[in-house]
Write a protein that binds this ligand. Structure first.
Ligand code: HEM
Length: 128
């Protein structure tokens, strides 16, 4: 369907904008914001930006700076239940939608974020 999502979506600028908009929302979220250890979210934003650029077929700067992503392990210190996952995905979906990408690109990104965010759940919460 799509050769290289990174290029088709507009390259580095698109992923920088996506993560900027995502973290602007996280900064105002009373559930998620306390999970982030640093007062300044810009380092976290830079790591996520470089990770996504690499994941979608752009330069592998993330691996050069951080090594293998091992995202499940890196998220272990943070308690992520269904509510945290839903909040994270909600902000990310809104950020993706703000980019006005083609439907195919939008779907590729949102499908991935749905699966990846579910995989990051590491805390059991009561089901309704
Ligand atoms: C499910 C809800 C999620 C929550 C609550 C969450 C929360 C966090 C927190 C608190 C950090 C540490 C911030 C920092 O680096 O200073 C972090 C790091 C990170 N997260 Fe998430 N995250 C979630 C899902 C995801 C997903 C789905 C991805 C990828 C698609 C992702 C990618 C990353 C990356 C790349 C880092 C930096 C890793 C590193 O190099 O140290 N996160 N996340």
């Amino acid at each position: 369907m799509i050769g290289n999502v990174y290029q088709a979506a507009g390259g580095e600028d698109t992923f920088r904008l996506l993560v900027q908009r995502f973290y602007a929302r996280v900064a105002d979220d009373a559930l998620l914001r306390p999970l982030y250890p640093e007062e300044d979210l810009s380092n976290a934003a830079e790591r996520l930006t470089l990770f996504l650029i690499q994941y979608w077929g752009g330069p592998s700067t993330y691996n050069e700076q951080r090594g293998h992503p091992r995202l499940r392990i890196r998220h272990q210190p943070f308690a992520i239940g269904q509510d945290e996952r839903d909040a994270w995905l909600g902000h990310m979906t809104a950020a993706v939608d703000s980019l006005n990408l083609s439907p195919a690109l939008r779907k590729a990104l949102v499908d991935y974020f749905e699966t990846a965010s579910t995989a990051m759940i590491n805390m059991r919460t009561a089901q309704p």
